[in-house]
Design a protein around this ligand. Sequence first.
Ligand SMILES: [Zn+2]
Ligand SMILES: [Zn+2]
Length: 175
Amino acid sequence: MALNRDEAGKVTGLKFDFTDLEPVKVKDVKCPLCGGEVIQTLFGYGCANYSKDNPESCKFAIGTIAGVKLKEAQVKELLLRGKTEVIKGFIAKTGMMFDAPLKLTPEGQVTFDFPEKPRPVDTTLKCPKCGHFMKKSQWYYECECGFKVAHTVAKVELEEAVMQELFETGKTKKK
Ligand SMILES: [Zn+2]
Ligand SMILES: [Zn+2]
């Protein structure tokens, strides 16, 4: 970038010259694929060894992720630790906002690091629809027939016995 001046030497504006632009390096980190420098690009961050003229060149790049352009500190965290703290404000395809940590795969892809869902556990609760035993998952009592019901209502966890009563009598004694 340079200043545009008129003949009298007065500054009239700014002149962009992209061929002159020095790539901005992200300090202290290396490309996870080839060990090259990581630089800021028009789209986010990428490997300095990438060349659009060379199809064999390193293609490591981090662009906008679900609507979020990562801050340099977050890119550093990702490259140094392999994952980030929770980053806020991602936008899902459905339009829903969500927060999640990111992680770096061995292939140099950036993905969401969602915690693994706990596996559903067996219960002695019988499904009111088909009579099979239901399983308790993170959020639901659920049955292989497809019937499911949230086990936590208004932040109160409903125990199996309470659920059984509800299924058998259609209501519970306790409020
Ligand atoms: Zn690279
Ligand atoms: Zn069932």
